[in-house]
Design a binder for this molecule. Structure first.
Ligand code: ZN
Length: 163
């Protein structure tokens, strides 16, 4: 495999460092083991945030867990080409609002672009703890937009990889 546009970024279980266990992250990890992705949302101002915190970073209100969709879009990314195999770190903006630092997996480097839809996938760390990562959504897999949304969707649709 040669050329940067065909760089494959694999999904690799077991290569991820373990996160130190903590009482705060225990509900997140327990849900992740069941394949569910949890966020915390403020019960006062209603905003969701990442990473999960007991107090809202916007208003210091109380927060509660909620299950997130796992859908997002790429806000920015960079390929760590000298890693073997290559790895891509990214900021992904979740459908619920927050932007999180994560990794993109199971994709070709040439298929990545800012604004491209991505879907959560859990990758296992060395001790088996689920780590939230994202893979690009195939454009064919996107749900059909509602009639009123169709025009806006067409204008803002991901244009495809450059070149
Ligand atoms: Zn708040």
């Amino acid at each position: 495999m040669t050329g940067t546009s065909s760089t494959r970024i694999p999904l690799r279980d077991g290569d991820w460092p373990d996160a130190p266990p903590s009482p705060e992250s225990a509900p997140f990890v327990a849900a992740a083991r069941e394949g569910r992705f949890l966020l915390r949302r403020c019960t006062a101002c209603g905003k969701a945030h990442w990473y999960p915190r007991a107090l809202c970073p916007f208003c210091l209100g109380e927060t509660a867990w909620e299950e997130a969709s796992g859908q997002g879009t790429i806000y920015g990314y960079t390929l760590l080409a000298r890693e073997d195999p290559p790895r891509t770190i990214a900021y992904v903006t979740l459908a619920e609002g927050p932007t999180m630092l994560t990794s993109l997996v199971d994709c070709e480097k040439g298929a990545l672009a800012v604004g491209r839809p991505v879907q959560l996938v859990f990758v296992r760390s060395r001790d088996g703890t689920p780590v939230p990562c994202f893979r690009p959504v195939a454009m064919d897999d996107l749900p059909e937009p509602a009639a009123g949304e169709r025009r806006r969707r067409r204008r803002s649709a991901w244009p495809g990889p450059p070149g």
